[in-house]
Ligand binder design. Structure first.
Ligand code: AMP
Ligand code: TRP
Length: 334
């Protein structure tokens, strides 16, 4: 059975982008793959300062959200990244395999650092090496992610290849990015050219998985659109990023295609279309929210699940980290 790994940062409430681009695609993989899913708290401290209490809360919230969305701790390994020390160990080695030039090309770093490159953390710069370690410390070969992570996975393969070459081994496998669905990149509700993100300063730009019906209605109502009615065909979405985004969201939520959505709603103005979209979102998210709230009423049970997940993850990752350290020439402790 192929091994799958993916991760998500506990840097806020998961958005509709996280859900449609990633989490939702993880769920069916549990049926026919060995799956590992981690809440990547080591990554969450790279971009902006996280208040310790908030980080702790958001880590539990993210775990609860994943379970509520259908990630089943009995059928996969769900854990918190920092609990499995093998990630840190392999990441350090990879920091010395990856080249500055490779990291300098990462568009996510450029986006996140913006004009303030001198003042961002070194962790933000080396983040892709940690991500490579997250995957390769399990020798996972399939990684379901949103479209924005494609470049990081190409880098993961470069790191694996250089490691194998430098140490004269055929140890790390190549990994495959699984970028699935009509909503592999959900865009901001305020600007159809920017991706929807947990860290956007404007809450109006995103749907959070915990938003109630009124909030969703309000955000969709205020979502940016253009004055034209919806086109009859997908080709008519060309140059209309906001319309394309809303059509894509409805298609993803209702399990159809953008073409299918336009067959039904083409020619309609945004007023009535937004009503349909709101209803679909509310009825899809409501049961998830209820499950999430219920899980958060018992943080001890949640912590116990995560501890078990970390033990299981460590039992795979520790021997791999030991083996890699031996290949590198670190003297074994025993
Ligand atoms: P992050 O929020 O950066 O931890 O991302 C977690 C997962 O969600 C990754 O697989 C991302 O590719 C995916 N993701 C994040 N934002 C979006 C978005 N706007 N559209 C689609 N997928 C996304
Ligand atoms: N970098 C990913 C993101 O921001 C999260 C992540 C960390 C990840 N480690 C990973 C995703 C390993 C897939 C596999 O979205």
């Amino acid at each position: 059975m192929q091994r799958v790994l993916s991760g998500i940062q506990p840097s806020g409430i998961p958005t509709l982008g996280n859900y449609l681009g990633a989490i939702r695609n993880w769920v069916p993989m549990q049926d026919d793959h060995e799956c590992l899913f981690c809440v990547v708290d080591l990554h969450a401290i790279t971009a902006v300062f996280q208040e310790p209490e908030v980080l702790r809360r958001q880590t539990r919230e993210m775990a609860a959200a994943l379970i509520a969305c259908g990630i089943d701790p009995d059928r996969c390994t769900l854990f918190v990244q920092s609990h499995v020390h093998a990630h840190h160990r392999l990441a350090w080695i990879f920091n010395n395999v990856v080249r500055m030039g490779w990291l300098n090309r990462m568009t996510q770093f450029k986006d996140k650092a913006g004009k303030d490159r001198e003042n961002v953390s070194a962790g933000l710069f080396i983040y892709p090496a940690l991500m490579a370690a997250d995957i390769l410390v399990y020798k996972a070969t399939k990684v379901p992610v949103g479209d924005d992570q494609k470049q990081h996975l190409e880098l993961t393969n470069d790191i694996a290849q250089k490691f194998n070459h430098d140490y004269g081994v055929d140890y790390f496998p190549q990994v495959e990015a699984l970028i699935q669905g009509v909503a592999a990149r959900v865009m901001s509700l305020r600007d159809g050219t920017k991706k929807m993100s947990k860290s956007d300063p404007s809450d109006q730009s995103r749907i959070n998985l915990t938003d109630d019906a009124d909030t969703i209605a309000n955000k969709i109502k205020r979502a940016k659109t253009d004055p034209e009615p919806l086109p009859e065909h997908v080709s008519g979405l060309e140059g209309r990023p906001e319309a394309r985004n809303l059509v894509g969201i409805l298609a993803a939520i209702t399990g159809t295609t953008p073409e299918g959505v336009l067959r039904e709603h083409g020619g309609q103005g945004f007023g009535s279309f937004k009503g349909v979209l709101t209803d679909a979102l509310v009825s899809h998210l409501e049961p998830i929210q209820k499950r999430m709230q219920h899980l958060l009423t018992d943080p001890n049970a949640l912590d116990l699940l995560l501890r078990k997940g970390a033990d299981r993850a460590s039992s795979i990752a520790d021997p791999i980290a030991d083996e890699v350290e031996r290949m590198v020439g670190f003297l074994p402790r025993r």
